[in-house]
Design a binder for this molecule. Sequence first.
Ligand SMILES: Cc1cc2nc3c(=O)[nH]c(=O)nc-3n(C[C@H](O)[C@H](O)[C@H](O)COP(=O)(O)O)c2cc1C
Length: 527
Amino acid sequence: MDIAGITLKNPVMPASGTFGSGQEYSGFVDLDRLGAVVTKGVSLVPWEGNPTPRIMETASGMINAVGLQNPGIEVFIRRDLPFLRQFDTKVIINVCGSTVADYLGAVERLSVQGIDMLEINISCPNVEHGGIAFGQEPRMVEYITKEIKKKAAQPVSMKLTPNVTDITEIAKAAEAGGADALSLINTITGMRIDVKKRTFSVANKTGGLSGPAIKPVALRMVWQTCRAVSIPVIGMGGIQSAEDALEFIMAGAAAVAVGTANFRNPCAMPEIIGGLEKYMEENGIRDLKEISRYYRNAKRVFFTGANPFVLSFDKLKMLAELVKKYYPKVQSIGCFARITDITPKTTEQLRELREIGYNSLTIGVEAGDEESLSFMHKGFGVKEILTECQRLDEVGMDYNFFYLAGIYGSGHMEEGVKNTAAVFNQLHPKIIVSSMLTIYPSSELYQEIQAGNWAEETEIEKLYELRMLIEGLAIDTYFATMGASNCVNVEGHLPKDRNRMIKWLDEVIGSVDETELRRYRENLRHL
Ligand SMILES: Cc1cc2nc3c(=O)[nH]c(=O)nc-3n(C[C@H](O)[C@H](O)[C@H](O)COP(=O)(O)O)c2cc1C
């Protein structure tokens, strides 16, 4: 398997700081068996570490405040590196520092033969910036990654701290800085108090929590990160069995690191490797990548972001090919679309798009009333809605509509709904999703109201509007209000659930108060 251009014989490696420099464990573990050896953190100059006691057990884990004690890079290069080079495994060097210059100096010094990757521990306090860890500020993460990448002779994995509000922000910053991979998670800041001595259990007061206690947090962060970035992730935090490792791989990790478990069971890693091999054999898996995508069994894909159907026929075809490649079981591709996105495509092209999977366009028609469509500057009218959707019907491509209650304006609602129902009734939308108009003071429509050119429907009128539309729709469809803009929710299959839906709306209309509904609308901060 490959990570950032280096090929590992398997995805298992020690987590930095829990396996010394490899030599300490070589009596228990055949280093040739490991995907890689990750060393404990090395710094440009020797670090003494923290005062003792430095380690304390916790429920399902431990707290350590070793303080990255290490003899410095020169000793490492002279003593440890030649030892590691004897083995048929990859060598990953973990680097720590307390200033940017420290990191850069170490990275430059490590541009020697026999090192396959650098792992940069950015959980260290930045002494030039009040001691806040480098890895806690996205801007600093991007900056330091960029600088390190300029100096590094090997691929770089940034090792992230979990002691942040949003791990994906940090992960994206490292990716933006040019990181080749990410390693996560480092330890979670924790504390213990010795009640007999009435003092902190470790001399540093706080320390890093590791071991099985942190596994659910680590897994969640790895999963979030894998969805946020496209560089590979080395997942770690509480892994002690093959099943734990599989969880990380299924969450999207390309490889896994085993830390605290090595202290309890020095043979944890070979056992995990054996367990993974057994799992692969029993489940007919040739490459663990096959299970690394959580959604690999996905049957439907939906492209979001504005209206992807605006893309040319050729680009949509290419996207469908990519979907097939990565999600072979996908049967239907959906996306948002405008009526005007359908117009430039020939019926033959629409047919081909249908054949390669496009089968669920969600179209923002908002209404089927000529006057309202032109008032909204939609760029299409009733004729275009009918022509384009009938072409979709002809090629068998399913579509849904977005409907916007309130767009007719006071005084035009009844006529508007009637027109819309007449248009929709000639078509076959699978779903009609309804939102309610909410007018913000910054909008053009607000100015129109102020100028007396347009009057808003009352909230109760909007409920009547829904009632009328549900009553007027003579087609088989699913009608659903969705999103916060709706102060009342109603949904169901038409015609089957029509009576229930109307009864519910009548009940609401008979019991709610306009000012109450208005208050709801005015307090809507987002839709
Ligand atoms: C005693 C100890 C020392 C550690 N030293 C380092 C280190 O030097 N550099 C680093 O990036 N992470 C270090 N870590 C963090 C681990 O590499 C790992 O990210 C963390 O412990 C979570 O994995 P685990 O729960 O499997 O131990 C250390 C962890 C422990 C317990």
